[in-house]
Ligand binder design. Structure first.
Ligand code: FEO
Ligand code: CA
Ligand code: CA
Ligand code: CA
Length: 576
């Protein structure tokens, strides 16, 4: 390492070079292992995974597919609950001979529905280092699977509204299941917030909803008919056919709150946080103690959002705290020059958008933000506040459809293949502020490309990075960035960069994931001894099938999406 590198950041590992290996590659001195993989038994009575003998009943008790957001709830030093999202299914890799949802067996469709959602699993430290493993014996009373069938409830101002009512739920308060849960966050009172993202892909026959609703169906890119690649959930559960149940799509696309310590609890879809293709929901407290939630809508030309509760968080008063996600104000971001503002959209029953009721703003939030003049961004993924510096970071993953005429200060490249990271500094450092300053510390790509920028750091010393997606922070406030869809040709990976001091912009690659995989989840544990990553969709390469797999990670057999943990073999802190 360079002599005299300042201690700021505490990062001294030798970066992993860009590569295309079918492996989880970590720096010298580090080790990795798989904590839990698709199909691992997690509930009582679950059978061992058998790729060639799957059933929906088994999958409902096994770890789901395509792990995404990962977070941990410690139960002492050596035991914890791990929450993991299961974003979506890749049927062509899960089942031999699969072509599409129309020709799939009904059992395959039911397996896919059971492989969605999320999991709570008990894990334990394995030895004295940062290695963790799945608890496979004992009661494991917190272990839980959430699927497309789990009973849930709505809360907040849109609950019970006309737009959420269906034949099966005439009161509009009892949605069933959650889908496409991408990233997420946690609350100060120890629950999970999990974000329903690309919910359009589960529905058919959008053109058959009542005329007045059709433009909203289109705004959320819900199919008008039956696409050839549809999963056809409607074949086993008719609520996914909008010709029969036109409001069902409105019941997805929410932030869902789940209490991992109460396996019998009903997950809550929090309508005050709006409905869009939610990527994540990261909380912090404002200067006066109100709850603030930062969120992104991950599609091209969509928006960055913020929610601020009316009341303050009171430590230990859970019943009060859970109302904070029901009563507050939803904002969308407008970036102008070096400044920006949070535009009010709705607060309780009060709409600030002309021509839309409060319920309409919450259910058709994209349309509300269009009308309010929010800034169209290059696919806002994770939005998260740095707990050390207070800066708020937005991962803008890419936007190949931005035209030269659409370039603006916050989205400075047309046909943006590699994405960028935006930093928001709220006025007076207060998360509840309605105005802010912002900058672009990272404009991604090959450092040799003059259009890239690494906060002014010497570009000969940084790792190439493309398509930032999930963000996380360690105890020193270093920014960890995982990628999805590396457009430079190498595998995806996890990177880390100090955001202050002389080392600001010194980005290094910490790990790379196997062929076809995306790096999700990243979480540095409180004790700084472990990094968890979700290795999502290994082997998802065009044309790959179970008979021609593109990856054999992690078992040298069919690829299995898995959560892995990385630690320093000498027990040193992560980044050393
Ligand atoms: Fe599911 Fe926006 O990544
Ligand atoms: Ca993501
Ligand atoms: Ca994050
Ligand atoms: Ca992504």
């Amino acid at each position: 390492h360079e002599a005299g590198a300042p201690a700021d950041g505490g990062l001294s590992f030798e970066p992993v070079p860009p590569n295309t290996e079918d492996a989880l590659r970590v720096p010298d001195g580090y080790r990795s292992s798989v904590v839990v993989r698709w199909g691992d038994p997690v509930l009582p009575g679950a059978p061992a995974f058998d790729f060639d003998d799957q059933s929906a009943e088994a999958q409902g008790k096994q770890f789901g597919y395509n792990c995404d957001f990962v977070t941990m709830f410690p139960m002492g030093r050596d035991r914890a609950l791990l929450w993991v999202n299961h974003e979506y299914t890749a049927e062509s890799l899960m089942f031999r001979g699969y072509t599409n949802g129309t020709s799939a067996t009904e059992e395959q469709i039911r397996i896919a529905m059971a492989a969605h959602g999320g999991s709570v699993v008990e894990i334990e430290r394995a030895g004295a280092t940062g290695r963790w493993q799945l608890v496979t014996k004992g009661a494991r009373r917190y272990n839980r699977r959430i699927t497309a069938h789990t009973p849930m409830r709505f809360s907040g101002p849109a609950a019970g509204g006309d737009l959420l009512r269906t034949a099966a739920d005439p009161e509009g308060v009892r949605p069933v299941g959650m889908l496409n849960n991408c990233a997420g966050g946690t609350t100060p009172w120890g629950t999970v917030l999990t974000a329903e993202e690309n919910i359009d892909q589960y529905f058919v026959n959008g053109r058959k909803v009542p005329e007045a609703q059709r433009s909203y169906i289109a705004r959320y890119t819900i199919p008008s008919g039956v696409p050839a690649d549809s999963r056809r959930f409607d074949r086993v559960d008719e609520r996914f056919d909008l010709a029969k149940h036109p409001n069902e799509a409105n019941r997805f696309g929410w932030i869902v709150e789940i209490d991992p310590f109460d396996p019998g609890s009903t997950p809550v879809k929090r309508t005050a946080l709006g409905r869009f293709k939610h990527e994540a929901a990261n909380t912090t407290l404002s200067r006066d103690g109100r709850l603030v939630v930062y969120m992104g809508d991950d599609s091209r030309h969509e928006y960055v959002y913020k929610y601020v509760s009316n009341d303050r968080y009171i430590q230990g008063f859970d019943r009060h705290n859970r109302t904070l996600l029901d009563e507050g104000t939803l904002y969308a971001a407008r970036f102008t020059g070096p400044a920006g503002e949070w535009i009010r959209l709705v607060s309780g029953d009060r709409s600030y958008v002309e021509g839309m009721s409060a319920v309409e703003v919450l259910v058709h939030t994209r349309v509300a933000a269009d009308r309010a003049g929010a800034t169209k961004m290059d696919r806002p993924e994770d939005v998260e506040r740095n707990p050390v510096t207070g800066g708020v970071y937005v991962a803008l993953t890419n936007n190949t459809r931005r035209t030269p005429a659409e370039v603006d200060a916050a989205n400075p490249r047309a046909a943006n293949k590699h994405g960028h990271v935006l930093e928001i500094v709220e006025r007076d450092g207060d998360a509840a502020a309605t105005s802010f300053a912002w900058s672009l510390p990272l404009v991604c790509g090959d450092p040799k490309d003059p259009a890239t920028y690494f906060a002014g750091y010497d570009k000969s010393k940084v790792s190439p990075i493309s398509c930032p997606d999930n963000l996380a922070f360690d105890r020193d406030g270093n920014l960890w960035i995982s990628t999805d869809g590396n457009a430079l040709g190498a595998n995806d990976g996890l990177f880390v960069m100090p955001v202050r001091g002389e080392e600001r912009g010194h980005l290094r690659q910490f790990l790379s994931v196997p062929v076809g995989a995306e790096t999700c989840g990243p979480m540095v544990t409180e004790d700084q001894l472990s990094v968890f990553v979700a290795v999502q969709h290994p082997g998802e390469v065009s044309g790959a099938t179970p008979d021609r797999p593109a990856s054999r990670w992690p078992d040298d057999r069919q690829p299995r999406p898995s959560v892995a943990v990385v630690w320093h073999e000498g027990g040193e802190r992560i980044g050393s």
